[in-house]
Design a binder for this molecule. Structure first.
Ligand code: AMP
Ligand code: ZN
Length: 484
């Protein structure tokens, strides 16, 4: 398998440190707000990587942190504390905010079929790890105390800018972020390992340390959590492209200075999801969430498909029109799979020929759009339906599009209300329990709308509402469920 490595700026053969095993670390969310669908693009692609590694037989251990302390609005230790900002906004404590948005994040992940990592560790749980690392960094001259804080001294490194060839001026963080400089720093890109002279008097989370009561900087958490669970050597470290600098650059600086050897071999960065007006960002407060997509009637897996249709190393532009196209592609794909009959013996030779195309695509730096083509090729392959279904189920172990489950639900819905499939109109029972009478009414409502008889369509909706049935229109049909 070849993976693009941001460290070498080349596609390289992936060779793990220990044969058959992969140690993988993913930067987790900062839990002061909902994750936006841009963040989730990164997690979807990292999920594909993990699932594909497992698919090819690796034993993967994946660790993710939860940033619940130390991340300031500028990635360069300036600005407001993000968690404090979230707590103030909602008149809650930092821990309440952290719990709420951590749960919301994993609920979104579940809807997007993103596997829960083997280890999830909140930054606030590993203070001892950070203190151990920082103590050694001070002892060995890589870190210094100034103005009450502990800083990493980037001038002690032979090479600090590991991911790019920009010069120091371009990456002068204070300037880049348009925020004031920290005069305690000896060098512009030095970063905080531990804050004691916090300008945030209300900072709720503080711990004792050899340098006074305070809290850790943002970058140290990923080094500490990774080493705690994965040891001194790491195979793959992932994150969105904005993490490359300064976050990952600083992680490498402090980890390798602490360990005295190379820390992680492969760095994978996912390019951003942007809107037509620019980058989607949590701090601006204007962003799209999975819940919003659902409210608008989209299945979250349509968004997963949308992400898989492009390569993770290209920026992806979101638009409702593009998402609608993905929704149409998704329902057509489900309809084609639902039409297959699970009969006949699996033809192993055909199956391995189909699989070869699929693995060839993903072996090439996770070319997911080509891997999707392998699904369409399987549908057209000259073999029986049972073999096609086996191939699709096999591929979906990595793609995670819920293809078999959705096709089965469609088969059931069609059996209950055969008219539903006419014109690709989906009637989806959210509980999975079909109900012929309700489905017939929803089809009649569709027919009334088609005939522009909106009064009749509204009458049917009102009748269903009165019976406690909640309905949501989706791009290619309607979803229904019984109210609480
Ligand atoms: P945060 O919660 O801000 O710490 O970010 C969580 C993850 O989302 C990190 O890996 C970021 O690099 C990534 N990320 C942030 N914005 C975007 C975006 N617009 N598109 C893709 N990934 C993003
Ligand atoms: Zn990190």
């Amino acid at each position: 398998m070849k993976l693009y490595n941001s460290l070498t700026r080349k596609k390289e053969d992936f060779v793990p440190i220990e044969e058959g095993k992969v140690k993988m670390y993913t930067c987790g969310p900062t839990v002061y707000h909902f994750a936006h669908i841009g963040n989730l693009r990164s997690y979807i692609m990292e999920d594909i990587l993990e699932k594909y590694l497992r698919y090819t037989g690796y034993d993967v251990k994946r660790v993710m942190n939860i940033t619940d302390v130390g991340h300031l609005t500028s990635d360069a230790d300036e600005g407001e504390d993000k968690m404090l900002k979230g707590a103030k906004r909602e008149h809650k404590s930092v821990l309440e905010i952290a719990k709420f948005y951590t749960d919301a994040f994993f609920s979104d992940c579940k809807k997007l079929n993103i596997k829960y990592p083997d280890v999830v560790e909140p930054a606030t749980h590993c203070i001892d790890e950070y203190i151990k690392i920082i103590t050694k960094l001070i002892d060995t001259g890589y870190a210094y105390l100034a103005g009450g804080n502990v800083y990493f001294d980037t001038s002690k490194l032979e090479k600090y800018y590991v991911f790019n060839d920009f010069n120091a001026e371009d990456l002068a963080v204070g300037v880049r972020e348009g925020v004031g400089e920290d005069t305690n720093k000896r060098n512009k890109n030095d970063f905080v390992l531990w804050f004691t002279k916090s300008k945030f008097e209300e900072q709720a989370l503080k711990w004792d340390s050899p340098w006074g009561v305070g809290y850790p900087g943002w970058h140290i958490e990923c080094s500490g959590i990774s080493m705690k669970h994965l040891g001194e050597y790491l195979d793959i470290h992932c994150g969105g492209i904005d993490n490359a600098f300064p976050h990952h650059t600083n992680e490498i600086a402090q980890s390798e200075s602490y360990l005295g050897h190379k820390w992680c071999n492969y760095w994978m960065h996912v390019l951003h999801l942007n809107t037509a007006t620019g980058k989607m960002s949590k701090s601006s407060g204007e962003f799209l969430t999975v819940s919003l997509l659902e409210e608008k009637g989209y299945d979250p897996l349509v968004y997963r498909l949308f992400c898989l249709q492009s390569h993770y190393r290209k920026a992806l532009v979101f638009s409702w029109e593009n998402l609608d196209n993905a929704a149409t592609a998704y329902s057509k794909l489900i309809a084609r799979i639902a039409a297959l009959k699970p009969e006949g013996e699996t033809d192993e030779a055909a199956l391995s020929a189909m699989r070869a195309k699929f693995t060839e695509a993903l072996d090439n730096d996770l070319n997911t759009s080509l891997a999707l083509t392998a699904v369409y090729d399987a549908l057209k392959f000259n073999t029986n339906d049972a073999t096609k279904l086996a191939a699709i189920a096999d591929f979906d172990r990595v793609l995670g599009l819920g293809l078999a489950e959705k096709a089965e639900a469609k088969r059931k819905a069609d059996a209950a209300a055969p008219a539903a499939s006419a014109g690709e109109f989906f009637v989806i029972s959210e509980s999975g329990e079909p109900d012929a009478e309700i489905e017939a009414k929803l089809i009649a409502r569709r027919d009334a709308k088609k005939a522009k008889n909106f009064a009749e369509a509204d009458r049917i909706r009102d009748e269903l509402t009165a019976a406690g049935i909640e309905i949501t229109d989706i791009p290619n049909g309607v979803k229904w469920k019984r109210g609480q």
